[in-house]
Ligand binder design. Structure first.
Ligand code: PDD
Length: 285
């Protein structure tokens, strides 16, 4: 079935939606994006995603053509028009189409390109929740501003392919011996009851799910330590997990062929997933 997608103020069948070949998103990856999950037809953590989108724009001097309220309306309208009960809304905002290829940014009055589309997915009953994910480590070869959610995703795609070639689910990226994050998620280990995850900085994306999960963990008296951890430390951990908008909290049971703990999904990940789903459903819009 053809989807209805949003392009610059219009709701169109996907076959009719068009973006210029001169668009800077296409030519320079001069674009930012957000992925917001949908459960029971409602948006999860919308506010956080809208705030981060604005931050990405501010960091890049990019114009955001819509207010937070308008953005919510577009998300909700797309969810409704496509009858999405469970899945995601993908948003991409580019610096627009200056009519030619030029490294310099176009004049400030160039109209940005805003595209949104929905994806239907089985987020709650993902089979990986029962079995847990296996990951390999790869050297982090991305640029240095990973805190900005840009569409420069070629290295994460390469990392995903390395994981596939190794017969596992994902790759954890490592810089100077320390884990930065997963190919499209934040990474955590648990040791002696402490939840350890890399502190915020330019090295990682400031995950919206991460912020919520850490808040709920602290409210539930679970100890959280935000600091870099090495890949060797991760292999000695009792358990591990990832977070993202599309996976919520997902257990990791193996790193580079080394089984963690008893090799089964851990209790902390299960508890945090439960807490996250419970709390974020209450705030869904
Ligand atoms: N990825 N780190 C990276 C590199 C990511 O790409 C993502 C999200 C996250 C988690 O952020 P959040 O909790 O806000 O989803 C961390 C999205 C889901 C994607 O690219 O599809």
């Amino acid at each position: 079935m053809s989807r209805i997608v949003y392009v610059n103020g219009e709701y169109l069948p996907e076959e009719e939606a068009k973006v210029s070949v001169f668009d800077r998103g296409f030519l320079f990856a001069d674009a930012v994006y957000e992925v917001t999950s949908v459960l029971e037809g409602k948006l999860i953590a919308f506010d956080g995603h809208a705030v981060r989108l604005q931050r990405s724009c501010d960091e890049l001097g990019m114009t955001n053509p819509v207010s937070k309220d308008e953005l919510m309306e577009i998300h909700q309208e797309l969810v409704k028009r496509n009858g999405v009960e469970e899945g995601m809304v993908y948003l991409q905002l580019t610096r627009g189409n200056p009519g030619d290829r030029d490294f310099a940014y176009p004049p400030e009055d160039t109209k940005p390109t805003l595209v949104l589309f929905t994806q239907t997915a089985n987020l709650l009953n993902n089979p990986k929740i029962e079995k847990g994910m296996k990951v390999i480590s790869v050297e982090d070869q991305r640029w240095a501003r990973r805190d900005i959610k840009t569409v420069q995703l070629l290295f994460p795609s390469m990392a995903k392919m390395m994981a596939k070639a190794a017969g596992v689910d994902d790759a954890w990226m490592v810089e100077d011996g320390h884990v930065t994050e997963g190919s499209s998620n934040n990474a955590y280990i648990v040791k002696d009851g402490k939840i350890i995850t890399r502190n915020l900085g330019n090295e990682i994306l400031h995950g919206i799910t991460r912020a919520a999960v850490l808040e709920y963990a602290r409210s539930a008296q679970m100890e959280v330590v935000e600091r870099p951890f090495t890949i060797e430390e991760a292999k000695q951990a009792d358990e591990a997990f990832i977070t993202s908008a599309s996976t919520f909290v997902m257990p990791v049971v193996e790193i580079d062929g080394v089984a963690l703990g008893d090799g089964k999904p851990g209790k902390s990940a299960a508890r945090l997933r439960e807490l996250y789903l419970e709390e974020s459903r209450k705030q869904a819009v």
